[in-house]
Ligand binder design. Sequence first.
Ligand SMILES: Cc1cc2nc3c(=O)[nH]c(=O)nc-3n(C[C@H](O)[C@H](O)[C@H](O)COP(=O)(O)OP(=O)(O)OC[C@H]3O[C@@H](n4cnc5c(N)ncnc54)[C@H](O)[C@@H]3O)c2cc1C
Length: 337
Amino acid sequence: MIQTDILIIGAGPTGLFAVFEAGLLRLKCHLIDSLPQPGGQLTEIYPKKPIYDIPGYPDVLAGDLVDNLLKQIAPFKPEFTLGERAETIERDNDDQFVVTTNKGTVHRAPVVAIAGGLGSFEPRKPPISNIAEFEDKGVTYMVRNPEEFRGSKVVIAGGGDSALDWTIYLADVASEVTLVHRREGFRAALDSVEKVRELNRRGKVKLLTSSQVIGLSGNGKLSSVVVNHKKMGGTEIDADYFIPLFGLIPKLGPIGDWGLEIEDNAIKVDTFDYSTNVPGIYAIGDINTYPGKLKLILCGFHEATLMCQSAYKRIHPDKKVSFKYTTVTGIDGFKDE
Ligand SMILES: Cc1cc2nc3c(=O)[nH]c(=O)nc-3n(C[C@H](O)[C@H](O)[C@H](O)COP(=O)(O)OP(=O)(O)OC[C@H]3O[C@@H](n4cnc5c(N)ncnc54)[C@H](O)[C@@H]3O)c2cc1C
């Protein structure tokens, strides 16, 4: 069981910055995210886009902002459960919350801060009737650790940036990589498309366009996929892994069933401290709603800051928060704790 002071659900910019503000108050944080990496929408949807409304940065690439946030919170040693979705919440006899993920990892904390953004990103799955049977037995919707595929036969499906980027990366890791795409053209960065075509010419990658994976087979574990070409029909290909990369759909997901007041797919909060109707559970960033709410990164930062002050009082009801500027405290004093 993972024990912490503030359990943050969602490692987008809001959740990450909450670690900093909590750290200044000497509160430990653990973050859960269903994506395999931190950064939320910034990493998943627009890592290469410049953002112009972060105070103090005339412009910053979304991916760079996430890298900087991770650097900024590193002294506070946050811990992460990545690639797992927070599924259930219960309150135990000591008035602590117990949050369990879809993979069974159990976390316990006196305070939960939901920084779930648009909700958990769920993979868009292809309509193959027996796909669920092979999930985690060869079928995977995201690449968490590319080393897992070393020396294996991998079939990737999709025509966007993720499908092409992983095809290029895994060409040097897997023993065989086949990219299957239902159209002739791709909707990915031109240089990635060119690189995949070049890898195909050199025989490093098999490219099957105008084709779709329509069947999976194996005995307890995936061993082959059936690829159907628009004109030429079906062929069976040996495969240890099938990675469909058709994008992610944001869903409020299980959080919607946690007894929280929901309005328009968002969690209602009190703007005094961004607390929800359940004492001890807060909601910050894009996931919350209140009169005048703006879904902006800087609003999430502000909400995270006020939430931490309130969380401190809840965790240490007998102590007073002593508010100090970072220009006075610095952060060196926090590094070795
Ligand atoms: C294309 C685009 C451009 C944008 N440009 C700007 C801009 O210029 N300026 C600006 O201020 N904002 C911009 N935004 C909005 C900004 O990205 C959001 O306001 C910001 O990402 C919100 O941060 P967050 O941490 O609250 O949520 P998110 O970034 O959405 O992160 C939430 C995280 O929570 C995780 N999660 C949710 N539920 C669960 C669960 N049950 N279990 C585990 N994990 C869960 C999700 O996987 C996700 O990683 C833009 C958004 C888009 C899409």
